[in-house]
Design a protein around this ligand. Structure first.
Ligand code: ME8
Length: 522
């Protein structure tokens, strides 16, 4: 049995409804988790909501409700979105849950035992929007002399009694980590950013707050709640059984284990500086990799509530289809780079790749069989060189190129290999022209159709992580046995058994109906 595979998204602030950036992150992570499961891995996939902190407290106050009420309401929208988008999470964690409070207090005590926590007084800048402390040297001047964080968010001068974490003592250990585990931070551009930041020297980190009480209580320190990022980061080990379930920890959060955090580029510092320092201090294993994906922009512009261009992922899924949206986001954007989306780009992608390249291929082939052979699967009478060439090409895409790309967290590269294989099938069908063979060589026609049937099934399996519902519907329709729906098993000889069984192929319905844009958007 291969090693377990732990993969997580960031946990989102439920101070508003989910936006397309949240959908993007969880879809990408879901595709990778689904891929790993298909490779036979024991996967633990966690996502959820980050419910404490000042941002939540202030949003709730502005609405005249309690933070818990806000969290309950909004967290529900995130879960609904995940379920609607077919996200195969194993746990949806909410940081307000009891086991998470227990885990956060346990890691706190472990860091305290290691001598890394001390009581002091924080005087400095804080950004509520980022829930982040900034050094004086990082602050920039905005319009009218306003003080801004390097992310461009407003900061306020904050003075309060606070516990500190001795982050300054971790500079060398962190640099040694980045050196010995070059893939700890990906992509490369993010790694360089963090290297420069840590090489510049680290200040101790304020890790508790006394000016509000919406958070995890600091053990033994009345009036203190943990800084929201301390508890937020801890969510990853809560889900792995920390601190009570040693067996589960050994499975999903072990030294040398494969533990991957998928997050956005704006929160790489928290995950690659603070988080490993907390874990080293608490004597816990470190993740293997933190991947900071890019941002999604609306037609190239940053989304913001004031611009009114924040896309609702549920609306897009409703309008274009869940798999169409998933496919678009994963194929259009190179993982790690920023990307742009627009209604017309989703429509164009879906029509060209899913509709024309793959959907039509399946539609043409299956309806031809259903009609001309009355649903009996075509017989194979000796494959020729063209068939063998097509099989080799698909085998390479499905069993070599796509797994390599998914393993490398590069879904767009995997999709590219898949699409090229679909193009090859289209070229094959045009060259072989089975409709012409019907009169001249019906035996060869059957072999060609059978070759296509097998090829289409292989392509459907290979794209399962990206468009699980449509690919499953197609495989069900085609009668492909459930135990053959993996990258390895789909190359087995299941076809002749199916052809000899009493399976009858029904006339197919179009998988990806052509999408149209309303004329005012075209
Ligand atoms: O940062 N495009 O929560 P969050 C792509 N609670 N990704 C985006 C995006 C965009 N336009 N906007 C945001 C938090 N994201 C913390 C995380 S983890 C222990 C705590 C990504 O709701 C963002 O980078 O602001 C992050 O990975 C995730 O969405 C949640 O963002």
């Amino acid at each position: 049995m291969s090693k377990p595979y732990t993969i997580t998204t960031a946990i989102s602030y439920p101070n508003g409804r989910p936006h397309i950036g949240h959908a993007y992150e969880v879809i990408a992570t879901d595709a990778i988790a689904r891929f790993q499961r298909m490779m036979g891995r024991d996967v633990f996939f966690q996502t959820g909501t980050d419910e404490h902190g000042l941002k939540m407290a202030q949003t709730a106050r502005a609405r005249g409700i309690e933070p818990r009420e806000l969290a309950d309401e909004m967290s529900g929208y995130f879960q609904d979105m995940d379920d609607r988008l077919n996200i195969s999470y194993d746990r949806f964690i909410r940081t307000s849950e009891a086991d998470h409070h227990r885990a956060s207090q346990a890691i706190w005590q472990a860091m305290e035992k290691n001598g890394d926590l001390y009581l002091g007084r924080y005087e400095g800048w804080y950004s509520v929007r980022d829930e982040a402390f900034y050094d004086e040297k990082e602050i920039v001047e905005g319009e009218g002399g306003a003080k801004l964080s390097p992310q461009g968010t407003p900061v306020e001068w904050t003075v309060e009694e606070s516990w500190f974490f001795r982050l300054s003592a971790y500079q060398d250990r962190l640099l040694a980590l980045y050196e010995s585990q070059p893939d700890f931070i990906r992509p490369e551009s993010r790694r360089n950013e963090i290297l420069r930041f840590v090489e510049g020297g680290l200040s101790d980190l304020s890790v508790s707050r006394t000016s509000f009480d919406w958070g995890v209580k600091v053990p033994g320190a009345d009036g203190h709640v943990m800084y929201v990022w301390v508890d937020a980061l801890t969510n990853y080990i809560t889900g792995c059984g920390y601190p009570d379930d040693a067996e589960r920890m050994a499975r999903y959060w072990a030294d040398g284990g494969e533990i991957i955090h998928i997050i956005g580029k704006d929160i790489v510092r928290f995950h690659t500086v603070y988080w490993p320092a907390f874990l080293i201090s608490a004597k816990l294993p470190l993740p293997q990799q933190v991947f900071g994906h890019g941002f999604l922009l609306n037609r190239g512009e940053k989304m913001s509530k004031s611009l009114g261009n924040v896309a609702d992922p549920m609306e897009l899924a409703e309008r274009f289809g869940v798999d169409q949206l998933r496919y678009f986001l994963l194929s259009e954007v190179t993982f790690g780079n920023d990307g742009s989306y627009s209604a017309e780009a989703i429509v164009a992608r879906s029509n060209s790749d899913l509709g024309n390249a793959f959907g039509n291929l399946a539609q043409r082939t299956l309806s031809f069989i259903a009609k001309n052979l009355e649903g009996r699967l075509p017989a194979i009478t000796g494959h020729d060189a063209a068939d063998a060439k097509l099989f080799r090409l698909i085998d390479r895409a499905v069993r070599t190129d796509m797994p390599a790309a998914f393993n490398d967290l590069a879904p767009s590269v995997a999709i590219d290999a898949w699409l090229r294989a679909a193009f090859a099938c289209n070229a094959y069908i045009d060259a072989q022209a089975p409709w012409a063979l019907r009169k001249t060589d019906p035996q060869r026609m059957e072999t060609v159709l059978a070759t296509l049937y097998i090829a289409i099934a292989q392509l459907a399996v290979a794209i399962l992580p990206v468009i699980p519902a449509s690919a499953t519907a197609l495989l069900d329709h085609m009668g492909v046995p459930a135990d053959k729906r993996t990258y390895d098993a789909i190359g087995d000889h299941w076809y002749s058994d199916l052809a000899e069984s009493d399976f009858v192929l029904a006339a197919p319905k179009p998988l990806f109906p052509r999408l149209e844009l309303p004329s005012d958007e075209a």
